[in-house]
Every structure is written in C-alpha cells, then in structure tokens.
Design a protein around this ligand. Structure first.
Ligand code: EPU
Length: 423
C-alpha cells in the first residue's frame, strides 16, 4: 500500500490548475449509455473513480479510448445490463448506470452498494423514482433487479430529500422515457446542471435547469445524438487548494475554475478574514494577518458543500478562536477528527456538530490514516502546517478524486513524496 510523506511548514506560492470535476464526469460517463454515437469528453480528470466507471462501461459491452485528457466513449453497442458487485463495491457511484440502462433496455441488474465510511447512503430514493416511472424493482441476493418491459413512462417525482445521485439517475431515465417527467425538489448542483445541458444539447427538451423543478420530455427509447463536450472544473478540488493556501497563509492563484460555483467557499474564507481576488476563470487567495474562526452548516448547493467540510475543519485548527461545523448531509462524516487529534488538533464532537479550538502552530507531524476521500484531504492540509513530517496512510482514497495531488502540491512549494509501505 502507498502512503504520502509531507514535510510541513513550507511556503506555498504560484498557481494551481484545476482539473475536470469527478462528480460531474461520473454521471456524464453513465449518460453515454443513452447515446447512439460515440462521444468525446475532454477535461476528464485522471482519477481512479473515473477509471472504475470506464471499466464498468467496458464490461457492459461499450468501449473507450483515451488521448491526453480526452476520453472517447462508444456505448452504442453496449448490450450487457448487469453491474456486478466487484465494481459497485469499489465505487458507489456505479449506481448511476441504473437509470440509463433501465431506460434503454427495459431491464437491468445493479449490485446494491454496500456500507460506506461516511454514512449509510441508501439508494431508496433512486429506486422509488424508477418505480414511479413504471419499473418493477426486486432486491435479490444483493442485487437490484429492475424491469420495465414496456419501457419507462414519464411521471411526477417528488423527492422527499434532495439527492444528487437520485436526481441524476432520474434525469437520465426520463430522457428515454415515454412522456413528460417532472422532478420536484431536484438537486441543483453544477454537476446536475451540466448533465441536463449535455442531454438537452442531444435534443431532449428540459425546462428548469439549475432549479429544483425539472421538466423533461422523454424520447420513448430513441437513443440520443450526443455531442462532444468538456467537463466543468472541479469546485471541490478548487476549494481544497484554496484551503491549502489559506492554512499555509500564502498567496495562491487557482486557475481554470468557474468562480460562481465557489461562492459558498469564497464567502466562508472571507468570513475567516481572507481576501479573494476573482476574474472570469481564476481566484487568488491572499494571506491574512489573522485567521478568524467560523461557523459552518453543510447543505445542498448553493449552500456550503459537505465535500468541503473536512478541509475547513483543517483550516479551523489554525484560526484564532473556536469554530463549529454542523454536518447535515451525512451521519458519519467526521472520521477525520480522530486522525486530526493525532496531529495535535483540539476538536470536540457532539453528535453531528464539531467544535474546533484553534491551535495555531501546535500541530506536530505523525502517522495518520485516510478514511475517505475528503477526510484524506483534511489530513494533507494539516500536514502542510504541522511541525516535521506527517505520513498519510491508505491514500488510495485520495487517488479516487484528486488528480496528481503530489505533482500539483510540489509545484507550488510543498514537499510531498509517495512511498510504498514495507511489509
Ligand atoms: N440519500 C437517501 N436515499 C437515497 C439517496 C440519498 O437517503 O436514495 C441520502 C444520503 O444518505 C445522504 C443524502 O441523501 O444523506 C444526500 O445524498 P446524495 O444522494 O445527494 O449523495 P450522492 O449522490 O451519493 C454525491 C457526491 C458526494 C457528495 C454528495 C452530496 C457523487 C459521485 N458523489 O453523492 O461526493 O458528498 O453528492 O453533495 O457525485 C465525494 O466526492 O467525496 C462525495 C462523497
């Protein structure tokens, strides 16, 4: 197993280029199942989760080729309909093939994603939406067996809870369904907006893009003439590097971003007394004389993202005072706390609220263990300001979602190296 060694207290400077968004690319790859032609997707991040979903497309009978950051996917000849446990267990987002496979073939079998480090993460809302569109769902030996012999039919879906993946699956299913689907309480994340736009550019009528009410006119199983496109920038990767600049209290320019997608992150950094300069495609964070504490509640977009909570907790360890983080989306997303304590942080948990007392300059490098993707990035951030060396183990979590993390960090002045554990 690989681990990262980070030597703390180095001055960061310069520019970081942000890659394409993993969480936009995943549903977009699944959406190629709806396409009658091959599609070239550029600005594709080179991260493990993307490769996992491409492997699934390949197993289903599709094919893909890669040239630099562009991947051409041909799902037109895709003919298998089973997403096996061996892939789904490694990545829950594999559930995103459910909607498009069912809509195209009238049946599919997708392994139920099992437990997850950040919470239970059930898929009941995905399944309920498919049922409302006419599917019959059975759970058999750990598999979702979905059938709709006469095809899916448009329906009114009211989500009890905002769900990103559930909204994505329903949009993709609705695109090939017969008739009109209305989704109420839809997620509004930029990743959902891009999925809608790509499907709309392929000729499907969609109203309400970017709002919580989407109206989609299905094509009644007619495959889509999907066009080539670029994946939007990764707002969470961008936010993570903004936190790297902030925690190190250094000036850093983050390029190739859409600043509008970063509003909640920028606003919290401003509350923490950082000045952020913006132009059309970049943000520059400037050092501050005092990092102020902050109170954060995670919520759906455009609110503060749960995927940035761990990184802000890392930053709060360097604030002058006491911060709080209230995690409202996932029930178990504080696994990083015990690892941050090992580095010398002062954090108290009460249910889903963390209280962080600033301990500026008092973190000391040691061995810590990554538990999930964003938790790992919090460990990296703390390691950047810890005294001495920190070794972060189980970094396969990081590789799932951060492209070339060491390369990007070393380029801006950090000292990060990758090693293999001795047995
Ligand atoms: N939920 C249900 N039932 C469902 C679906 C969701 O109860 O059928 C609950 C979840 O358990 C959770 C909440 O609803 O408590 C929100 O879950 P959602 O479905 O919105 O999340 P997701 O689609 O599984 C995506 C991202 C996550 C991100 C969340 C929230 C992808 C591939 N994943 O997950 O990203 O945290 O939205 O914004 O887009 C990450 O990148 O590290 C990551 C975990």
């Amino acid at each position: 197993m690989k681990y990262l060694k980070i030597l703390g207290n180095k001055k960061l400077s310069g520019e970081v280029r942000i890659s394409g968004a993993k969480n936009a690319a995943l549903p977009l790859i699944a959406a190629t199942i709806l396409s009658k032609n091959s599609v070239q997707i550029c600005n594709m991040p080179d991260v493990v989760d993307i490769n996992t979903l491409l492997k699934l497309i390949d197993k289903l009978g599709g094919s893909f080729s890669r040239e630099k950051d562009c991947i051409t996917i041909d799902s037109s000849k895709l003919h298998k309909t089973t997403a096996n446990y061996d892939i789904v267990k490694t990545m829950r987002a594999s559930i995103l093939v459910l909607g498009p496979l069912l809509a195209r073939f009238g049946h599919c079998e997708v392994s139920l994603p099992g437990g997850c480090a950040i919470g239970q993460r059930p898929v009941d809302l995905h399944l309920k939406a498919m049922e409302q569109m006419g599917a019959v769902i059975k759970i058999n030996r750990g598999y979702i067996e979905a059938t709709a012999p006469d095809g899916l039919k448009g329906a009114k879906i009211v989500f009890d809870k905002v769900t990103v993946g559930g909204t994505e699956n329903t949009i993709m299913a609705a695109a090939l369904a017969k008739g009109t689907t209305t989704i109420i309480n839809a997620a509004k994340e930029p990743e959902i907006v891009q999925l809608c736009e790509v499907i709309k550019n392929a000729g499907v009528k969609i109203e309400g893009i970017g709002t919580s009410k989407l109206i989609i006119e299905g094509t009644n199983k007619k495959l889509l003439p999907m066009k080539d496109f670029d994946v939007i920038p990764d707002r969470i990767e961008a936010g993570t590097y903004m936190c790297a600049a902030a925690i190190s209290n250094c000036k850093l320019k983050i390029t190739d971003v859409i600043p509008l997608h970063l509003e909640a992150i920028i606003s919290k950094l401003e509350e923490m007394n950082f000045e952020i300069l913006q132009d059309e495609t970049s943000v520059t964070i400037l050092p501050t004389i005092e990092i102020r504490p902050v109170n954060i509640v995670t919520t759906e977009y455009p609110g503060f993202p749960t995927d940035m909570q761990a990184q802000f907790m890392a930053l709060a360890t360097q604030a002058n005072g006491t911060s709080t983080i209230d995690e409202r989306l996932f029930e178990n997303r504080f696994m990083h706390v015990s690892e941050l304590l090992r580095l010398g942080a002062d954090i108290h948990l009460n249910g889903n609220i963390a209280t962080i007392n600033g301990t500026k300059g008092k973190l000391n490098g040691t061995d810590v263990m990554a538990t999930d993707l964003r938790a790992s990035s919090a460990l990296v951030l703390c390691a950047l300001v810890a005294n001495g060396e920190t070794s972060i183990h189980r970094i396969y979590h990081l590789d799932r979602g951060y492209e070339d993390l060491e390369g990007k960090l070393n380029k801006i002045g950090a000292v990060v190296s990758r090693h293999t554990e001795e047995k």
